[in-house]
Design a binder for this molecule. Sequence first.
Ligand SMILES: *[C@@H]1O[C@H](CO)[C@@H](O)[C@H](O)[C@H]1NC(C)=O
Ligand SMILES: *[C@@H]1O[C@H](CO)[C@@H](O)[C@H](O)[C@H]1NC(C)=O
Ligand SMILES: *[C@@H]1O[C@H](CO)[C@@H](O)[C@H](O)[C@H]1NC(C)=O
Length: 315
Amino acid sequence: MAYNWSVLLLTTALILLVLLVNCEESFVKPSYETDVACRFCRRHVSTCCGGAISNYFRSSQFESIFSNRNSLEVDTHEVGFWDYQSFITASADYQPYGFGTTYRKLLGMKELAAFLAHVATKTSCGSKVATKEPFTCGLCYNKEMNSSSYYCDEQYKSTYPCTTGVAYYGRGALPIYWNYNYGEAGSALKVDLLNHPEYIEQNATLAFKVAIWRWMTPVKKHQPSAHDVFIGHWKPTKNDTLAKRVPGFGTTMNVLYGDLVCGQDDNEFMNNIISHYLYYLDLMGVGQEEAGPHELLSCSQQVSFNPSSSSSLNG
Ligand SMILES: *[C@@H]1O[C@H](CO)[C@@H](O)[C@H](O)[C@H]1NC(C)=O
Ligand SMILES: *[C@@H]1O[C@H](CO)[C@@H](O)[C@H](O)[C@H]1NC(C)=O
Ligand SMILES: *[C@@H]1O[C@H](CO)[C@@H](O)[C@H](O)[C@H]1NC(C)=O
């Protein structure tokens, strides 16, 4: 009997040791079906494999990156709406799927810088604030200003019917547009966004969740998400290679904006997003030299996953 117990104890100790070492090495694996060690860890040992964005991204960094978001120089915008805690709360849902937590801490930090670069450029009031730090004007808005469009696509009237009188203009930290995107995000987040898109304007946690949902979810079936292309979880097909789409930051712009930004040679929109990314890598202490070569940062020669005539993307 005593012998059995000691064997059991020894085995358990060994398993725990292996798990701890593995987890330290792996942070959280990039796949939705994370390996057994990580699954075990997440369920039973919260400190192991529990890669958390708040471990490396502090409120002071959030404050520097978005230091002008409450600027009083700007007329109509959401002073006091966005805060660090809402972001951390929102990201917790997606961390187990690798958002900001994939592999080593370094890749997690880079992904966060990339995500925030998109957020900042889409919500910036940069042109209206006098500042020496041009990349710190994001999260100024939480909705598209002065929209005159309903963004209602009747093709989806059986799945995501538009609610009368409701407009599906851009809302959130990485704004979503169109009834079908509100419908899909709403199902994923279990919030009735189709009837109440305005919830996103009232709740910063939800506004961040919608953004992270967009980052983590493919725009269309059988396509990669921005997250997938960034962390290298996605394997380009022959067509992708012909279309010059490669894993990396450049292709996240292709996923999110298609030919509104990509395949247009060097352009101001694209370079602005890239500059934000590089600046945030520095601010987060990663250093922009970690961004890799310019070919991976750019999408200037890429063919769009979704041509804009199909109206699937923003705006
Ligand atoms: C948007 O509308 C507001 C209020 O009607 C107005 O003050 C502002 O100049 C408009 N902005 C743009 C970019 O048209
Ligand atoms: C804001 O949204 C989050 C996420 O959907 C939800 O958990 C929370 O209850 C909401 N807060 C309020 C005040 O409605
Ligand atoms: C690859 O591209 C060709 C030509 O554009 C197209 O006909 C084909 O369906 C594509 N294959 C896949 C798997 O997307």
